[in-house]
Ligand binder design. Structure first.
Ligand code: NAD
Length: 284
């Protein structure tokens, strides 16, 4: 299908570029991954990230904490990583257990090592479009922007509709699209008539977590559709939020699931970690 936006291929290309740059610079960037508890999906994501780190030559250090760890234990772990000069990036795998105040933990990560871009400093820099060279932007939405760039998809003046308004995907996606001069609408669970909005989209980004949320009748002809959703079905297969078979007939471009946004997220984590390493190791 020549309308497929191939995130797997693009992520491979980016990983190879990162690998070459790390070799050329003769540095060994390092990423600390903090994982609390034993959520199986989190373990899968962490091991995928670590495998990717290994591929490009980033040292990934795993900090596994018990699910019953106290907030103080997590806090002291993060402070230690903030102060450890060997560490370039700190990633707190979400979700944290219920008894932990996630906001407090994310605010504790040094903004200079915040490769996930979740610290309020980095969130503010993105929304105000300041500090472009030194901020970290969340991996999933910035991965979507890389897809737009690779396929020469023009954003300026386009109607972009983002479905889903989380801090991890929807909101930073909307900021990036707005910074790129698109006209942005953000929809969420309380949006009254979702279809009324999605039908207006030249660019439709869906990040909700509901299979078949977006059907062909909700998409205009020749729209560009980005499906961020990852849903595991009863038969263990993985699908997105968009009814791919019917929507792909109408769309100009569409991302597959799997093989679309997912691999780009990991590539951007590597890219952010390299960026931090360059800032910290080469500029001092
Ligand atoms: P979330 O649960 O934090 O947020 C979901 C958002 O969807 C909320 O803003 C909610 O208001 C909105 N929503 C829920 N039901 C809706 C409906 N019926 N209509 C419109 N909006 C609705 O989720 P998240 O962390 O943003 O993740 C969203 C999806 O993206 C999940 O499937 C997740 O697995 C996936 N995801 C994929 C990647 C990737 O790398 N591809 C990365 C992060 C998340």
């Amino acid at each position: 299908l020549d309308k497929l936006l191939d995130g797997r291929m693009l992520s491979q290309k980016i990983k190879d570029e990162i690998k070459a740059e790390i070799q050329e610079l003769e540095i060994k960037p390092s990423l600390a991954v903090v994982l609390v508890g034993d959520d199986p999906a989190s373990h899968t994501y962490v091991s995928m990230k670590q495998k990717a780190c290994e591929y490009v030559g980033i040292d990934s250090l795993s900090y596994q904490l018990d699910k019953n760890s106290s907030e103080e234990e997590i806090v002291s772990q993060i402070i230690e990583l903030n102060n450890n000069h060997e560490i370039d990036g700190i990633l707190i795998q979400l979700p944290l257990p219920e008894h932990i105040n996630t906001e407090k933990i994310l605010e504790l990560v040094s903004p200079e090592k915040d490769v996930d871009g979740f610290h309020p400093f980095n969130v503010g820099a993105l929304t105000s479009n300041l500090n472009k060279n030194n901020r970290f932007v969340p991996c999933t939405p910035v991965g979507v922007m890389e897809i737009f760039k690779e396929y020469n998809i023009e954003l300026q003046g386009k109607n972009a509709v983002v479905v889903g308004a989380s801090n991890i995907v929807g909101k930073p996606m909307a900021s990036l699209l707005l910074n790129a001069n698109a006209t942005v609408t953000v929809c969420h669970i309380y949006t009254k008539d979702l279809k009324q909005h999605t039908l207006n989209a030249d660019i439709l980004v869906v990040a909700v977590g509901k299979p078949n949320l977006i059907t062909a009748d909700m998409v205009k002809d020749d729209a560009i559709v980005i499906d961020v959703g990852i849903n595991k079905l009863a038969d263990d297969s993985i699908v997105g939020d968009v009814a791919f078979d019917e929507v792909s007939k109408k769309s100009q471009f569409i991302t597959p699931v799997p093989g679309g946004v997912g691999p780009m997220t990991i590539a951007m984590l590597l890219s952010n970690t390299l960026k931090s390493a360059k800032e910290r190791r080469l500029k001092n």
